[in-house]
Design a protein. Structure first.
Length: 250
């Protein structure tokens, strides 16, 4: 009950209304945030009803004598009520979850930008197969993993355009990693083997954001970091042209 009041009192502030999640920077992230907020609202409402019934029972049905109160058995309407109501609640939650999952996992036939994400112990490589260097190889950004001599390595920078559909194809040849940008409100495992995971996002705001591996993958897992830069389409084209000229960069 107190939690519901606190949520209502702070609903106008952005951070409080997100209930612990960062501000989403993609269309898909906004859908995830809406589902998260709706789930908490339903949980608070259920909690308020349950606590209300408990308090009502304590106040109006407390023991007043040693006489045994009337016993009600096999009350069919009540049994139907406490069977049907939870079923309806679960069905509603399932519907919205399945609807939003289908939307988040949907991929288009022709995304605007393709990025092949290659995870390795312990850094990342980002290839843009639609854009070729003079050598015929794709434009690529590669990170340098940390070394035993305490060299921290370099974080690769993943650049994508705002307002465009970007598909990430996730691949690794060693162990399981997980591609995670917290501002996406979403992460996906990078699995070794024949089948690569993939997902699409459409960024809604420019800026620089941190990314990391979210799956324990070895001794330097904590250093498996990268940066995401969401830029305008013109700035993205400049980035591609520069990397075509220099043949990729770190």
């Amino acid at each position: 009950m107190l939690s519901l009041l606190a949520l209502t009192a702070t609903a106008c502030s952005g951070e409080a209304s997100r209930l612990g999640l960062p501000e989403p920077i993609t269309e898909q992230g906004k859908r995830i945030l809406t589902l998260w907020q709706g789930s908490w609202t339903a949980a608070f409402a259920t909690g308020a009803i349950v606590w209300g019934l408990i308090i009502w029972a304590v106040l109006f049905h407390r023991k007043r004598s040693d006489d045994l109160p009337p016993q009600v058995r096999y009350n069919l309407p009540i049994e139907m009520l406490y069977t049907a109501v939870p079923f309806i609640m679960i069905a509603v939650l399932f519907y919205f979850t399945a609807r939003d999952e289908n939307y988040i996992e949907k991929t288009s036939k022709k995304p605007d930008v393709l990025v092949n994400v290659i995870a390795f112990q312990w850094s990342w490589r980002f290839d843009y197969p639609q854009y070729k260097q003079d050598t015929g190889l794709p434009v690529s950004v590669v990170g340098t993993p940390s070394a035993p001599d305490a060299n921290p390595g370099t974080k690769p920078v993943l650049v994508i355009p705002v307002g465009k559909t970007v598909r990430f194809n996730l691949h690794t040849n060693d162990v399981i990693h997980s591609f995670w940008v917290p501002a996406f409100l979403y992460k996906k495992d990078v699995m070794p083997g024949a089948k690569d995971n993939q997902f699409e996002i459409t960024a809604t705001k420019t800026g620089t954001y941190e990314g990391r591996c979210a799956e324990l993958c070895g001794v330097d897992h904590s250093r498996m970091l990268f940066q995401l830069k969401v830029v305008t389409p013109a700035e993205f084209q400049t980035f591609i042209d520069q990397h075509k000229a220099v043949g990729g960069a770190q």
